[in-house]
Design a protein around this ligand. Structure first.
Ligand code: 5GP
Ligand code: ZN
Length: 114
């Protein structure tokens, strides 16, 4: 996708602080972190939002969660706990139209989210 910010980050056209990468996913530090650990995990394939997950492309979702477990361990937040969040659509506050999962941790997280 030519005009997609996160596709440009995957391609290296826009710099990012990479924390993990494999064949299926790319993970990097959020530019505006809301917690000591705030990593975005994204499929390398352009999928616009959770609404666009199908039987054909859903393998990458398990890869996202495999990556999350690795990243949480490396960040040292696996034992104390963390949150994985996907914002889908306008009311949820999705600002970038490339499916992404926020891995957030390193502090007390309130519930329910705002
Ligand atoms: P959303 O609100 O769509 O769920 O999350 C988008 C996230 O992308 C936000 O947390 C925002 O800080 C992050 N973000 C937006 N632009 C950039 C960027 O250019 N680089 C990085 N690393 N993060 C970004
Ligand atoms: Zn994209």
């Amino acid at each position: 996708m030519e005009d997609c910010l996160f596709c440009k980050i995957i391609n290296g056209d826009i710099p990012s602080e990479r924390v993990y990468e494999d064949e299926f996913v790319y993970a990097f530090k959020d530019i505006d972190p809301v917690a000591p650990v705030h990593v975005l995990i994204i499929p390398k394939e352009h999928i616009a939002s959770a609404n666009d997950i199908t039987a054909e492309n859903s393998l990458v979702i398990s890869k996202v969660f495999e990556a999350a477990a690795i990243i949480a361990k490396e960040a040292g937040i696996d034992a104390n706990g963390y949150r994985i969040v996907n914002n889908c659509g306008e009311l949820a506050g999705q600002t970038v139209k490339h499916l992404h999962f926020h891995l957030i941790g390193g502090r007390d997280l309130s519930w329910p989210p705002g």
